[in-house]
Design a protein around this ligand. Sequence first.
Ligand code: BDP
Length: 697
Amino acid sequence: EDGYALWMRYLPLEPALAADYRTHLGEVLAPDRTPTQRVAREELERGLSGLLGSAPRGHAAAATGPALVLGTPQSSTSIAPLREELASLGDEGYLLRRTRMGGRQVLLVAARRDIGVLHGVFHLLRLLQTGASLDALELRESPRLRLRVLNHWDNLDGHVERGYAGRSLWDWQTLPEWRDPRYTDYARANASLGINGTVLNNVNASAQSLAPDYLDKAATLADMFRPYGIRVYLSARFSAPIELGGLKTADPLDPAVQRWWRDKADEIYARIPDFGGLLVKANSEGQPGPQDYGRSHADGANLLADALAPHGGVVMWRAFVYAHDVPADRATQAYSEFAGLDGAFRPNVNLQVKNGPLDFQPREPFHPLFGAMPRTPLMMEVQITKEYLGFATHLVYLGPLYEEVLRSDTHARGEGSTVAQVLAGMAGVANIGTDRTWSGSHFDQANWYAFGRLAWNPRQSARDIAADWAAMTFSPDPDVVQPIVAMMMASREAAVNYMTPLGLHHLMARGHHYGPGPWVDGGPRADWTSVYYHRADRNGIGFDRTARGSNAVAQYAPAVAARHGDLAQVPEPLLLWFHHVPWEHRMASGQTLWDELVGRYSQGVRQVQAMQATWATLAPVERGSAPLRGKVDAQRHAQVAAYLRIQRREAQWWRDASVAYFQSVSGRPLPAGEAAPPHPLAWYQALQFPSAPGDGR
Ligand code: BDP
């Protein structure tokens, strides 16, 4: 149990349950003429033989017993009569149905296209893995979002920017010759969630990734992913026409530049006929872009869109931009630059917007661009990798964070216009690398899992997803699932509490973001410091984003602006995001803000202790023995327990350093019962960490 199998472990079910499933499923009738048909059949065989203890019987022509029938109207005569019904499920959806056909009990996994059948097979396996009943099974599923894409921030030298799970999976040196089987397992894992695209390289892109030899390598990955319904995309460096093409300019209105991108697109599609498209970070954190030539983001995006359109490709243009001069409020920047461009983009441009207006903080309000660009397809970008949430060692389940944003009401078209409803897609910054666990820890796999499931259907509940994941990853035993789900569901709030409670943000140490740095000040840009964001002084703390301050609230619909802009109405978890508040402000608890703040930091530490206590109850009785009822295997139990000890220590460090710093600013006594930090502030400030632990350099 080293974690490699992810949620696709397919261990034997309890004998009685396995016997019941066997009688329901009977023989398997599955086509295997196309690559996707073959992988669907293989996955089914792998799953059933593992879960049920024996490989299912194959096709026996004149059989009469129950059967599991896979296929599309083209590939299966049993499914052909469902053609019309299946049309409404789209190209990727599927139907699972128990019914009678020609006197036989059958369970159908039917879809319009082969890829839908594969998704259906994974769903069926999930039902078995979680012990669900197959009686009266009737499920129709199709993805709510078109684009469900991982973004790998992988550099060509193998280092993963903000990655804490080893090195890049893509071994550029041995590609295209060596087809590492791990690439196939990667595709299986994504297909099991319905993820249908992957951007192979970092948004801080090297032009080199568009050079012919690298395109050959990418084409091999695309070939391996194709049967699983996963398209390959690349991040493009805007100045590639200069760096690769030898042109003098990358000006989007220059005809030679336009020709260069058209030729490049032709060259890509000659190798990868179903290439997904290009992702671009432009005019942000030093990256080149159209503004270098006095052109707009729309000019830049449309340049690439026109080159890709004849081939059916899309542009994913990021809204994460930086002004050259530090703005009064960095959180307002993307909206200021993009809202006015609504309607100016080609139809195959998607604007990729981070979940919040700043930068993947433990908690942010939803990004004001959601709801503000009705004529532009919007994608929401979230981090799966935990750059600002404790890296790989902290157990922080991100399902509740994603869910919170997806369910936020933009009020764009009146009440009930949630973020989920305005999206065309979701992009997740991957937490995947060469680590044996793939994600850097056992529990970080759940974040990849939750991202995929929510991208398929953003209305699902983070709790249900956690329960499925825990059942498949550890054991379907409710005595295992329940405590694990409880830990997961509390974990994000714990991290918010011990890092950035009550709407605080951007308090991590400079650069690598490891550990607390609320004192960070000075340096090249004020908006890369902590003091710019928390604005704490003798009298109070918080960023005034009301009309009296930066007026960032005005970027939201009036109903949202009114609520968030009003100290009496703003939800406490966002208090200090929107308001600068006196230390003696009365909180809902009746405490002063100062007392509450200190209390939250300590509560975060206690919440980690509670996770440790829960995890301890799942310890196997004897080391090395097979897992008992209500217990977790020894190998994974030990690693998670060790990581929780690290998290506990670091949560305490966050609490102590933050309390020491804020007390130095507020000059207030600690509330009764709160322990003084064991070291003076200067001690915490002097700690040196040249790089982020686990970042794979
Ligand atoms: C920031 C990361 C940086 C990324 C940037 C981005 O620290 O490494 O390049 O986001 O999204 O949060 O472009």
